[in-house]
Write a protein that binds this ligand. Structure first.
Ligand code: ZN
Length: 293
């Protein structure tokens, strides 16, 4: 079987009255798991969130980008994912060591890790003076339902969202992906019922991906007339750099920098998003201090 590359697709169905987005994100979620050394429940929660964020990023244009924050009050803390219109995504979870017993259905207990008392936040940088901010309460903690609810209450777009991460016995990510089906005005009630029936009969996304299906074939299973408009690679990308770390240190101010100089003589900073370690040595700290003065 040919190795499937991570990708995002968008298309339409039912003569343009349905908009579809789908993602294959196995390699991306595996890279995040590896970078954060995440345990299975944390991997699933983080993976579902970044997969949703990736598809939402693909709804944007040009330089636009977005951040998704999930704060459900559970042991995992918050999940943060950044995505842009080019399929570049990064993400982290406050506590990647969270691993819970399987839930009564025998599945990873994502809701137990995320919690059900909190909200989902979406911040979109659309190049305007103020970012767009949307929010909706966490209704299930399993995340797909929470994003479905977000689209319906915050963006007034009735949608069906599916997200899945399959973790192997060695904790690596075996399959990850998802889709977002947006129902546009003009659909008849019987068409909506038909879509609901098809969604109800569809095996889970990870089952389909594990069987070797790509996002294109999954969409074809749902809609006979699906038209794929665009497919792009989905990749992990972090914008951190030595220069950004130094800028952050400068933003702490002169007094704080002098105190770091005195106490440690150097600074070590790790990026939340990718876990990359940056060291700022004494000479560099002196240069930064000199620049402030
Ligand atoms: Zn980074």
């Amino acid at each position: 079987m040919k190795e499937q590359q991570d990708r995002l697709l968008r298309g339409t169905a039912l003569q343009g009255r349905v908009r579809v987005f789908a993602a294959l994100s196995t390699s991306l979620v595996e890279e995040l798991r590896r970078r954060h050394d995440a345990m299975p429940t944390a991997t699933a929660a983080m993976g579902r969130t970044v997969t949703a964020a990736a598809m939402m990023g693909f709804m944007l244009k040009g330089e636009e980008k977005l951040t998704v924050q999930v704060k459900g009050g559970g042991p995992i803390g918050q999940i943060v994912a950044d995505a842009n219109a080019d399929g570049e995504v990064r993400g982290y979870v406050s506590d990647p060591t969270v691993d819970l017993p399987l839930n009564p259905k025998g599945k990873l207990d994502v809701a137990g890790a995320v919690g059900t008392d909190g909200a989902l936040y979406v911040i979109k940088d659309l190049g305007l003076k103020e970012p767009y901010r949307g929010t909706s309460p966490i209704v299930s903690g399993e995340l797909a339902e929470d994003f479905t609810y977000y689209f319906s209450v915050s963006e007034q777009t009735p949608s069906a969202v599916a997200l899945g991460v399959l973790v192997d016995v060695d904790y690596s990510v075996k399959a990850a992906g998802g889709f977002i089906i947006q129902l546009l005005p003009g659909l008849h009630d019987d068409e909506i019922t038909e879509i609901e029936h098809k969604l109800g009969r569809l095996p889970s996304v990870t089952t389909l991906i594990d069987q070797g299906l790509g996002p294109e074939q999954i969409m074809e299973r749902l809609f006979d007339d699906v038209k794929i408009m665009d497919t792009i690679p989905l990749t992990f990308a972090c914008s951190c750099s030595q220069e950004r770390v130094e800028n952050t240190l400068v933003s702490l101010g002169k007094a704080e920098l002098e105190s770091i100089m005195r106490d440690a003589g150097r600074a070590e900073v790790s990026c939340h998003f990718c876990n990359e370690q940056y060291a700022v040595e004494k000479a560099d700290l002196e240069r930064l201090l000199h620049d402030i003065k």
